[in-house]
Structures are given as structure tokens and as C-alpha cells.
Design a protein around this ligand. Sequence first.
Ligand code: GRF
Length: 177
Amino acid sequence: MKKIVILISGRGSNMQAIVEAKLPLRIAAVIGNKPDAEGLAYAQAQGIATAVVDHRPHATREAFDAELMRCIDAYAPDLVVLAGFMRILSEGFVLHYSGRLINIHPSLLPAFPGLATHRRALEAGVKIHGCTVHFVTPVVDHGPIVVQAAVPVQSDDTAQSLAARVLQQEHQIYPQA
Ligand code: GRF
């Protein structure tokens, strides 16, 4: 059975959606970069191994990434799944996992890479917004697209209401990917 490791920084609702989808794979571990990432408690309660690699004690991005790689590789995963993992990863890290590192992003890439995607989509006046699962390459929020879901923008949408509908779609497409 294929093994995956999921990386989170916070809430972990996408990780939870993957767990609840009961896919034919083994979630070898959920790793957070913050000891208080809420998703870690959920994973523990499900009996999934968890680990924390705190970015703060590391002087450089490369030092943190090296420690994170050691932690991930101890589980020998076939696929590394970024699920709301809010750290930019070094080129060395990304190349180490080339072809087996995926991310979910709350926009229809290549539109709106980066942060505050829902506010920016509203400001741009797009009528169709959505989310994307893509392979990770050294350029942030780029890389081959695996699956996308479109979410129509409503005239009375706020960033929050739009984010909530996009998140529902994220929870569908990440397990599918
Ligand atoms: C999601 O919107 C995801 O697309 C983005 O960060 C958010 C994480 O949410 N990369 P959660 O932690 O999965 O609930």
C-alpha cells in the first residue's frame, strides 16, 4: 500500500478530509511546523503518528528544510502532501521530492498565486474562482496541475463567504488527487 506524509501548519481541514476519505493508502504521519497546529490533535486522536519540526530554532530556511527532510524520510513516503503548510520550501527540498510533492492552493492557478487569494479574486472581479492541486516545483504556486474545481463568485460574496465555498471544494479535490 502506498504511504503518504501530510504536512500542516494549522487547522488541517484538508488533512482531515483526506483521512475521512478512507483512501486505499497509509497515512504514515502528519507533520506540523508549529507545536500548536490544531490539526495535530485531530491526527493523534485518529491514531496517526504525528511529529513537529519547529521552524523557529533554525537559523536558515535550508537548516529547517534539512531537518524536515530527515523527519519525512524516516517514514519513507511515496507522496508528500502539503495541506495548508505555510512555509516556503527551498529548491533543494523541492527537488529532493520531485514528482512526489503536491500542494493545494485556494485559487484557479495560474491566477492568484500567493496569499489573500479570495480578496484578490473579488477585487479583480472574476466570476469564476476555485482551487487547484498541483505538483510542487521550485517556483511557489506553480507546477503541473493535477485537478481543479471551479466556484462561481456571487455578487454578495465576501472574502470569507467565498473562502468557505472554495474550502468545501478543496475537501473534495484533495482526496481525489
Ligand atoms: C487551504 O485554503 C489551502 O488551500 C491553503 O491553506 C488552507 C489550509 O486550510 N494552502 P486547512 O489547514 O487545510 O484547513
